[in-house]
Design a protein. Sequence first.
Lengths: 259, 334
Amino acid sequence: MGEFIMKILEALFGGGNTPVSQQIMYLQMDLLKDIWETLYSTVIATVFAYVIGLPLGVILVTGERGGVRPLPRPLMQVLNILVNLLRSVPFLILMILVIPISRAVVGTSVGTVASLIPLVVAAFPFVARLVEGSLRESDRGVLEAAQAMGCTPAQIIFKVMLPEALPSLITGFTTAFITILSYGAMSAAIGGGGLGSLAIVNGYQRRMNLVLYVAVILLVILVQVFQSFGGWLAVRVDRRINRAAKKTRRPKPERAGVH
Amino acid sequence: MIELKHISKVFPTADGDLQALTDVTLTVNDGDVYGIVGMSGAGKSTLVRCINLLERPTSGQVLIDGADLCAMGEKELIRTRRSISMIFQQFNLLMQRTCLKNITFPMEIAGVRGEAARKRALELLDVVGLPDKADAYPAQLSGGQKQRVAIARALASDPKVLLCDEATSALDPKTTRDILRLIKDINRRLGITVVVITHEMAVVEEICTHVAILDHGRVMETGTVEEVFSNPKTEAGRRLVYPDRVVIDQFPAANVVRIAFNGGSSYEPLIASLAIDCGVKVNILGADTRNIDGKAFGTMLLGLPADPAEAAKAAAYIKSQPDVTMEEVRDYHG
């Protein structure tokens, strides 16, 4: 039986230089470590992207004219241009552009830790736009009510805007996390580890087809798991939905955010 | 006391400036239920937003108990706003908070927390008749219930003034009456001054003591509800008080007069006695009668006979009646 499966695998994936049995050994050795590296770098990058992107997204909404706490227009223009600029550079090129920053911050431009820098630089403007979008959905009437009640701008932001937008922020977070996951896979190009590196360097460049497919399938599964969980959580926390009606509601389909 | 002095508001738009309010001056005394009424686009919502400075007037003064809101710094303004509550057509509750947490919200932002706030919120839920909805979310409530929660929230900061911006316009007639009764009750029991913005005369009639008629951003007339309803002095006032429910074109007649009953009189005897005493038959083209505080008010559109002598006789007879005023309708197209 096992031999039969091996034969099929050999026929499917044995086209390269490495026999399937060796590819399997390779996977057994590295797979867990690669999954871990993918998750770890995605989580760290997402955290930092939100540390910068969340306040920036809030400012993009509250700082504009007629916002909760208007800021000088030139400052708003600079922020908008900065976000657009970073959003428009393809990630593959951005990785190369930020090499000097990586060297300055982590001392090297190669490896998993160094690959976090371009990830964060690419993701925080994306996160800022996602947060901006979520907050723009907030009901103007509710903000007006809060203002009429004598809320300070900070109270409006922290007690009204952010809590009221929580379901949408969670949906955005899911999108951001998945986008960063796929950016991370690309960072194999500059020596980042993880499933992306497994697929590109070992799977593709060393022509280990089985390794390539396993890595890709695992990435797909990870994306599905996080998307499903994020969608479930967004509905779960949303109090605008009646419990009875909850079953029929589905999370909004996500736009892919990958360059 | 709320004093609006020479309030003007201009909105700059792409097509030039939009003059929303022009030289609005009015005074709301403590304990009044003051109706500001006008057609849509008359500037009512802008005006009420000027009272708590959600809209900053382009010129003029907003005085609350003598203090000018426009001259206040942000901190002082925020403190003053906490004594002026507001309810809205769309309720504007926090959808991710329970009813109880919505009601504690104004206390929370003012620094009152914990058990004291909770107790007060439960009391207020009782006041508005929803003692069992503390843990429900707004999405689980009907429109009328949401407005009750909004009213409870508005009362949580112990305000001096309650502003109602079309607060019943999204509700059905029965719920509207219940909510109005609640607002009136709050005004009487707690002595809170109420300013009501509405396009519905029925709302003014139901709860207001005073009324201002707003048209194209100007105050056309002000007075007690009795004064304005029994005898509106301006065209805008008449349009609102007597929305012509009859298309007068359907009734050809030569001399059309509008008579107004100012209380104390009833309708049929006048027309009947006109026929008996003068032998003059008049045509009732339309009638709109109201009952305000137990007195009869209303208006009737009469077609007098074509013969000038008979018409004059009828007119003289009507004019001689107490509590009745008469005017010719010039814009009538026979």
